[in-house]
Ligand binder design. Sequence first.
Ligand code: SAM
Length: 287
Amino acid sequence: MEKLSNPQKTIEVIQKYSFYFQKKFGQNFLIDAHVLDKIIAAAEITKDDFVLEIGPGIGTMTQYLAEAAREVTAVEIDRNLIPILHETLAEYDNVTILNQDVLKTDIAAIAREKNGGRPIKVVANLPYYITTPIIMGLLESQVPVDCIAVMVQKEVAQRMQAGPGTKDYGALSLAVQYYAEPYIAANVPPNCFIPRPNVGSAVIRLTRYQEPPVKVKDEKLLFALIRASFNQRRKTLVNGLKNSSELPYGKEELLSALEKAGLPENIRGEALTLEQFAQLADALIRE
Ligand code: SAM
């Protein structure tokens, strides 16, 4: 079959099945072969790889993945797309389609069954309304994933990659960077999709660390500190943390922990590196 990255072919398939786009599912289908090549290259897919694709749509990226990888499982929530996928992927015998919500899918079980429990790759043009739960779910869970290469909203990609002191730096940057090394592989304009989204997009690759880059005694405390610091971004770190309902610390205790961590008392959360947040978390542990 002719590739769906040819916009004419995509339109033909959509018309043949009278498919209607559902906004609630974040449906923007790729129609640019160059962008698809970039995603496959960013994920460094080889014939050894098992790939999980989230939201195959009509199968545009799935066709590329099926050719590059050993095996692909594609999880699609919209049942109207399933008969279309069976047609557009008919010539590939290494693709499994699951009609499921990815947030309710047991990905660890898929990795066990399809890849003997070895780390899998996740590649997707993500539905933007659930980008963060999908990515954080993959990073925080025990699912063996070593590479996530995904299309996301450009602004979200920038937040994931941002460093201290920049306007995009926040809880998402630190949460992602605790688990993985981010790299923005391409910026993608709205005209590469049908229908066009009203935001710019970017391909980001997250390469998972074997071990987090910082060691901390209490991971939950680290993330509570990070959340509280950025909830009250304009305040000094001490005031932000003191006012947080999630944390039990008073001003004196916070000031003494800052000193122990070698941080000035009027510092703002947005100036701290991941390592400094980890030092502060350790300094707050009551012996
Ligand atoms: N991969 C296709 C492409 O690049 O042309 C489609 C990408 S489109 C941005 C997102 C896809 O994710 C849609 O097909 C949508 O139906 C699907 N989707 C949305 N929510 C989902 C969910 N919770 N679980 C699985 N798939 C979902």
